[in-house]
Ligand binder design. Sequence first.
Ligand SMILES: Cc1cc2nc3c(=O)[nH]c(=O)nc-3n(C[C@H](O)[C@H](O)[C@H](O)COP(=O)(O)OP(=O)(O)OC[C@H]3O[C@@H](n4cnc5c(N)ncnc54)[C@H](O)[C@@H]3O)c2cc1C
Length: 427
Amino acid sequence: MTQRINSYYAATLTQETDFPILQGTHIVDIAIIGGGFTGVATAVELAEKGLKVALLDTHKIGWGASGRNGGQVTGSLSGDEAMRKQMRRTLGNEVDDFIWHLRWRGHQIIKQRVEKYGIACDLKHGHLHAAMKPSHLTELRASLEEAQARGMGDEVTLLDQAGVRQHLDSPLYLGALKNTRNLHLHPLNLCLGEARAAQSLGALLFEHSEVLEIVHGPRPAVVTAQGRIEAKQVLLAGDVYHRLEPGKLKGKIFPAMGGIVTTAPLGELARQLNPQDLAVYDCRFVLDYYRMTADGRLLFGGGANYSGKDSRDIAAELRPCIERTFPRLKGVDIEFEWSCAMGIVVNRIPQLGKLSDNVWYCQGYSGHGIATSHIMGEIMANAMTGTLRQFDTFAGCQHIKVPMGDVLGNPLLAVGMWYYGMLEKLR
Ligand SMILES: Cc1cc2nc3c(=O)[nH]c(=O)nc-3n(C[C@H](O)[C@H](O)[C@H](O)COP(=O)(O)OP(=O)(O)OC[C@H]3O[C@@H](n4cnc5c(N)ncnc54)[C@H](O)[C@@H]3O)c2cc1C
């Protein structure tokens, strides 16, 4: 049976899970496939509404990207611009308000849930979105203006080069947008805390229980090697890790591998490098992102491998980026390194839809999934209980389905990323 991969997060879990393997037949209202944030957040929403939920994962709850990511809760929905264009057709002039309010909804849900269920996940406020060239600064100025116009002016500040140096002991940046609404946290502890919250509300959780088939019909079911769950409705929330329903879903989402490392604890140096304990990400299309962990390590992620194949030596790839960012960390010990696949969608709009009358799917946040998965959890739970407006808005968006996606998808993605890399150099 798969255990967790060795990561800083797995090593600092507050409490490991031990949910059973599904055996026999169970009857519930909603069966959810996938125990990442999408599945777990939807399970909490539905259980809070009084529905009987069962949630299954092939491995452990939080085994996928939800338990291995950078832990930065940003206000980006990844595909904001594409959404604006497509959703204008259905929402008209309301589209800007729709997207703006959605951007911050995930933050509210996470904060309320952490407080309500007492989830210990090192939740903190504060990000720097850092500029590495003048064009980045122009973009940050536009973000500042939008935030000010929306009444969020007291939570965002544009720092100049000297201002950034007061926040980060790094020579890299020309300026940064400081945002105190954004959050950072230990994602695996959040995901497992939410799973336990769902369980406390009566949800059934199963680990090491891969769903092999979805049976469609008036009373759908999900089937594993040793059991079966019959439900009124099913949600497929396996993101880029599932191979179910290839007829409708193959060629719509592709894996990009991201690598993360953590250094040894830095002691007092952690405070000197980043005195306000902010999470940082830069403005490039393929970016570096980092923050300090609760025990004072630098957690640093960067790049992404769009070939769909894992990197052979993550620490060797990220060490030069760390040393360029913080010259004082030259030669620092790296104690954990791991990688994970994230689900990339060509136009970067989350994919929500139906596979049949009572079987739904929700996937593809293109590397911006912590807040987004919680927003989608709320939207899916509302849709499955009859409130469809937000779901319909997303489901109405058009997506590219790459023919022979399992063969051509990643090469095409790699070409696309090369193109964006070139644009990045020119901007
Ligand atoms: C390296 C990396 C860094 C990232 N950093 C950030 C960040 O800092 N901020 C941010 O917002 N986002 C970040 N993301 C993105 C974010 O982690 C994801 O978008 C989000 O976690 C996806 O959640 P999910 O529940 O949809 O999928 P996952 O968390 O991947 O969960 C899917 C689950 O489904 C299960 N599953 C699949 N098939 C089946 C089946 N047939 N039967 C049963 N179970 C099945 C899998 O085992 C898995 O546990 C990052 C991603 C990566 C990879």
